[in-house]
Ligand binder design. Structure first.
Ligand code: GLN
Length: 454
């Protein structure tokens, strides 16, 4: 049924870069046979899933949305993919994304943009717009995204789906094509809070292949989602982040946010205001730290090791000239912009002024979170300042594009978990997201509060 749905809507939505119909049907048949034989299967066995194309999948093409990886077929599975396969979830295919996960609209994909199923003239968010659109368009009930600065939560917000960025280190990064290693985290994109909890528990847990993997990540997400549904929230302190509302936020987004605060109060929660002054600088710090790490991570795409290789059209074929020709042709404009920014910020003489200052702001962000979590059990804000904008609207204005991430970035800088929950429709009829943040390792709180609000 999902493959039929994909065939019907893909010409309009373009959420997928590769559909693995045969492989998915084979997995489904295998699960049916195991079930018929009385085997005790995972709760999600047989439930199809779409995987963002930045996650490596053995035997399935993986491009990270970049032309430089066109035609590359990985010889191994990411740890999370291995867990998905072992539990018997058919993988429907690989979803579209901004090139190397750099972007907030999926328009920086090397393979054309994805359309928001709510309004095909609008962006589905990014960088994981393909995963969110596939779930919103009922092409897949579950999807995997990655979130470095909001790429799971912001697409969820603008497509009316649920997206979760887990605590840093709780889901293995082994087999993710790294964007910024200190910020990247994979997580679920689904239509319900319970579905996210089920998927999060499946993909999470310690992995010796990831040196930043927590030794004993917390769990209990499914129990928390079940307990939260319809339950009362008496005793829960909810902190509204003063810096993440007001100017720049669409009135309809703020109105829905206020309604959700009312619903939280109605469920017995105590709503307080908290202040995180460093968040005013978080966006600027992120756009130094991310390019710095990305410029280093992307150095391996040199025309020798993976995918595309371009030889210079004239002159000698030296290693350096092959690298320049390959990267010049294989990378898109946004990737080049960030590689240039990152190498500049890391260069001798500028390191302390830029990268060093950004790292200090990062520490302040962590301290602001620590203080805020003294006053509140969870923090809340709108996920994104506006609803989905029109395709092309911000493409030529990188700063306007970066401003979409203002509310999602602090969580990545501090490593804390966050969820975006559907929060009704704005005055323009488009979905709004409600963001919930919890202290590191307290992801279960997201599920309890999310399920109560759902
Ligand atoms: N929009 C952010 C960026 O462009 C987020 C990216 C992400 O989370 N992968 O960097």
């Amino acid at each position: 049924a999902h493959l039929d749905r994909i065939a019907a809507v893909e010409p309009a939505v373009h959420a997928f870069l590769h559909v693995a119909g045969e492989e998915a049907l084979a997995t489904a048949a295998d699960v049916d046979a195991r079930r018929a034989a009385g085997e005790d299967l995972h709760a999600l066995a047989g439930v199809p899933i779409a995987v963002k194309d930045v996650v490596v999948t053995r035997g399935l093409p993986t491009t990270a949305g970049s032309r430089i990886l066109e035609g590359w077929v990985p010889p191994y599975d990411a740890t999370l993919v291995g867990r998905i396969k072992a539990a018997g979830l058919p993988i429907l295919g690989k979803t579209n994304m901004d090139e190397f996960a750099m972007g907030s609209s999926t328009e920086h994909s090397g393979y054309g943009n994805t359309h928001n199923p709510w309004d095909l003239d609008r962006i589905p968010g990014g960088s994981g717009g393909g995963s969110a659109a596939a779930v919103a368009a009922y092409e897949a009930p579950l999807a995997i995204g990655t979130d470095t600065g909001g790429s799971i939560r912001q697409p969820a917000a603008v497509t009316g789906t649920v997206g979760v960025k887990p605590t840093y280190g709780s889901v293995s990064r082994y087999g993710l094509i790294a964007l910024a290693s200190s910020l990247d985290q994979a997580g679920p994109c689904t239509r319900t809070v319970l579905d996210s909890a089920l998927l999060h528990e499946l993909i999470g847990g310690h992995d010796p292949l990831d040196s930043t993997s927590l030794s004993d990540p917390a769990t209990g997400y499914v129990a928390a989602a079940r307990a939260g549904a319809g339950a009362d929230l008496r005793g829960l302190r909810v902190g509204v982040i003063r810096e993440l509302q007001g100017e720049g936020y669409q009135p309809g987004v703020l109105a829905r946010f206020e309604e959700s605060l009312e619903a939280l109060r109605g469920a017995g929660a105590e709503v307080v205001e908290v202040s995180c002054p460093s968040f005013a600088y978080a966006l600027a710090a992120y756009y130094l730290i991310l390019p710095a790490e990305a410029s280093s991570n992307l150095a391996k795409f040199d025309g020798m090791r993976f995918g595309l290789r371009v030889e210079p059209s004239e002159g000698p074929v030296t290693a350096e000239r092959v690298m320049a020709a390959t990267r010049g042709q294989g990378f898109g404009d946004e990737v080049k912009r960030r590689v240039i920014l990152g190498t500049y910020a890391l260069s001798a003489g500028y390191y302390d002024a830029y990268y060093g200052s950004a790292q200090k702001v990062r520490t302040l962000t962590q301290r602001d979170f620590a203080a805020a979590f003294e006053a509140a059990d969870v923090l809340v804000s709108p996920t994104a300042p506006t609803t989905a904008f029109k395709l092309g609207e911000k493409l030529d204005d990188p700063l306007a594009m970066y401003l979409n991430d203002v509310a999602t970035i602090p969580a990545n800088l501090a490593g804390v978990p966050g969820m975006s929950l559907p929060n009704g429709l704005s005055d323009d009829g488009l979905p709004v997201g409600f963001q919930i943040l919890a202290p590191a390792r307290e992801d279960a709180r997201l599920y309890r509060v999310g399920a109560a609000l759902e």
